[in-house]
Design a protein around this ligand. Structure first.
Ligand code: SIN
Length: 337
């Protein structure tokens, strides 16, 4: 018997529409802000599995021992690390997402309309910012490129995954006890103040046991997290700049969506405290520490930073990173595992 989806059961959609609405504006009272004590029944603090990682500072992160990590009581497996980034670290990652990641050979939504090699440079080609072109970029994919039509990854549709992002994910994953996690695919989403992302699950990866790491920068967002079908009423979480959301275990295959972007209440990336210290000589897995520090420090210069600042003052950037392959699998063609 063919079953049709009864819209009346779509509790996810009802909540999505509620938060998306501008008239009337939704109440934000139930949106969980993990570090607000009003929500201490909804979340609990969990501790780091690995308490120290000397790579953290050079990657723009605070000491791992200082991170505040929350898990959701209603959504097991859903974790939020409350902004573990330094202020300068936020600038570094925002800039990567704007200047480098949308460059070829990475894939972008603009490839059909406007196949420019270097989107960011093209936006400033005439000397003034081409705001129309700037607004056109909605996503960039890295590593194994997400195929939006078939939702199937392939070896033919793959480019090198950025090493600094792989290193960042390695630090975050190890801190949470996922020592074998390997970053192999990412989608960078670019949101404007009126953007939304509809309900979906991320299930294209061969490996559905590995967690998904989702980094937020710039303006804030409401993230809805539901269950394995859309009848489950989702919980609303506030994601602010620097927060890392982790979908692991039972939460890995749950429906989620972004119904609203909200103005950020704190602009960490413009906070006066821009110190950058590092532990020169630390062993990294994928990158050279010196290069990373040089790039990080470029963003201390206000003249260099200001173009990126203008963008993030009215946008949100989300990087979500997945492991595609099973452990010990070298490619999608390797079926022996
Ligand atoms: C996604 O699920 O693809 C993005 C979620 C977010 O923007 O926080």
């Amino acid at each position: 018997m063919k079953r049709t989806w009864d819209m009346r059961n779509d509790n996810f959609m009802k909540v999505f529409k509620y938060y998306k609405s501008n008239k009337p504006k939704p109440s934000l009272e139930a949106v969980i802000s993990v570090d607000n004590t009003n929500f201490s029944n909804e979340v609990k603090i969990i501790s780091q599995v690995v308490k120290d990682d000397l790579r953290a500072k050079s990657l723009g992160l605070e000491d791992v021992s200082k991170w505040e990590i929350f898990s959701s009581n209603n959504n097991p497996g859903f974790i939020i690390i409350k902004n573990p980034f330094t202020n300068l670290g936020q600038r570094y990652w925002m800039r990567k997402c704007l200047e480098e990641y949308p460059r070829k050979p990475h894939k972008r939504n603009i490839d059909i309309d406007k196949p420019v090699d270097d989107w960011w440079a093209e936006c400033f080609k005439s000397g003034v910012c081409d705001r129309k072109l700037q607004k056109k970029l909605r996503w960039t994919t890295l590593g194994y490129h997400h195929n939006w039509d078939t939702k199937v990854y392939s070896e033919e549709n793959k480019t090198a995954f950025p090493l600094e992002l792989a290193e960042l994910c390695d630090v975050v994953a190890r801190t949470l006890g996922y020592s074998t996690f390997k970053a192999e695919a990412a989608i960078v989403n670019y949101y404007h103040m009126d953007s939304t992302l509809s309900a979906h699950t991320d299930h294209s990866e061969v490996n559905l046991e590995a967690p998904l790491f989702s980094f937020s920068f710039g303006q804030s967002a409401i993230l809805l997290l539901g269950g394995h079908d859309k009848s489950v009423k989702p919980t609303a979480f506030l994601l602010s700049s620097g927060d890392i959301a982790v979908m692991s275990k039972e939460a890995r295959l749950c429906y989620h969506a972004v119904p609203k972007i909200l103005p950020a209440s704190i602009h960490h990336w413009n906070n006066k405290d821009m110190t950058c210290s590092s532990n020169l000589g630390v062993e990294f897995k994928y990158i050279v520490e010196d290069d990373l520090i040089k790039e990080m420090n470029k963003n201390l210069n206000m003249e260099e930073w200001s173009k990126f600042n203008t963008y993030v003052e009215e946008s949100r950037i989300n990087i979500n990173v997945r492991q595609v392959l099973n452990e010990n699998q070298n490619s999608l063609n390797d079926q022996s595992i």
